[in-house]
Design a protein around this ligand. Structure first.
Ligand code: PMV
Length: 312
């Protein structure tokens, strides 16, 4: 056992394919290293203690809103057969929650890594997936798994379904501007509402999911040939399809419009929508800054500029 265990995890950005990926369409996601979650584990005097943005106190009395976190901690302690060792778990995050950047999966990955580190145990990706999936199911009901796969792989991934995940090496030279709308999204709610829409009109909504899938395939082709303009075009096309299945809102649409007016090659919501972040694509740093400024003027609470070549 170490004096202190540490675990770090990035966020993720879904470039394209959110929601459709739940219905067996492909998606592309990249790790987001500009913000991260760090978990520190130390010895606790009597029982497990936890400190995070939402709660500070004993794990036993933690609110139900962090049930996924409680479950993952207890599962790891059980897996490692360390139930009798009280720990103090401190979660420090620069990744905004409910923003479509994968914060729940990121918290889980960093907590599991930190506990394994504290007890000086080796961990492999397959154990990490299994442990993290339990908490993702509590938060997201029926997650596609794209968040945790991208975060654990720390590489851009092509995700077709649980059994078809490929690490991809993009040749894209542009910049992604990430803008937080400041409105918290709720993945579980958004995914359930889309499921309800599909129930009501399978043919129509499934056609839209297939169109998103086609656009994702076209982005994949263009990623390898560095055709930024075409990638941008597909991103905006996907945003409009997501809008038509009601997962956007006026704030996200305004951020998308402001990015496009400022010269972005394309823009779309990212993650489950109804809040959270918008991403835009730009050629170079100068145009990225212009786009970021336009989105801030439109009300974005925070923006990050992410080089597709240098930062992933
Ligand atoms: O909002 P996030 O970051 O949890 O992303 C959810 C992505 C969805 O496709 C909407 C759901 C899923 O499980 O893939």
């Amino acid at each position: 056992m170490k004096l202190i265990g540490k675990g770090i995890a990035s966020g993720k950005i879904i470039l394209a394919g959110e929601h459709a990926v739940v219905y067996n369409q492909p998606a592309i996601a990249v790790p987001f290293f500009a913000a991260q979650i760090e978990t520190l584990v130390t010895k606790a005097p009597v029982e497990h203690l936890i400190e995070c943005d939402y709660y500070k106190g004993t794990l036993r009395e933690a609110p139900t809103s962090i049930n996924g976190l409680r479950t993952i901690i207890l599962n790891v302690m059980d897996y490692l057969r360390k139930d009798t060792h009280p720990v103090n778990i401190d979660i420090i995050s620069s990744l905004p929650s409910g923003s479509g950047l994968g914060s729940s999966a990121s918290v889980s990955v960093s907590v599991v890594r930190a506990l394994f580190d504290y007890f000086d145990c080796e961990i492999n990706d397959s154990i990490l997936y299994d442990l993290v999936e339990t908490s993702e199911r509590i938060y997201h009901l029926n997650p596609s798994g794209i968040d945790m796969r991208t975060i654990i792989n720390s590489k851009p991934v092509w995700f077709e379904n649980r059994d078809d995940i490929k690490v991809i090496s993009s040749q894209l030279s542009g910049y992604i501007i990430v803008a937080d709308s400041g409105i918290k999204g709720n993945t579980k709610e958004a995914v359930s509402e889309v499921r309800e829409l599909i129930r009501e009109d399978f043919e129509e909504i499934n056609k839209k999911m297939e169109s998103i899938g086609e656009a994702v395939r076209s982005i994949q082709t263009n990623l390898f040939s560095d055709r930024l303009r075409e990638v941008g075009h597909s991103m905006t096309y996907i945003h409009n399809l997501l809008k038509s299945i009601n997962v956007s809102n006026d704030t996200l649409d305004r951020l998308v419009d402001s990015a496009l007016s400022a010269g972005a090659l394309g823009a779309k919501l990212t993650g489950s929508g109804k809040g959270g972040c918008v991403i835009a694509l730009a050629h170079d740093t100068v145009s990225s800054q212009k786009v970021a400024k336009a989105m801030e003027t439109e009300g974005a609470t925070q923006t990050w500029i992410y080089s597709l070549k240098g930062d992933i």
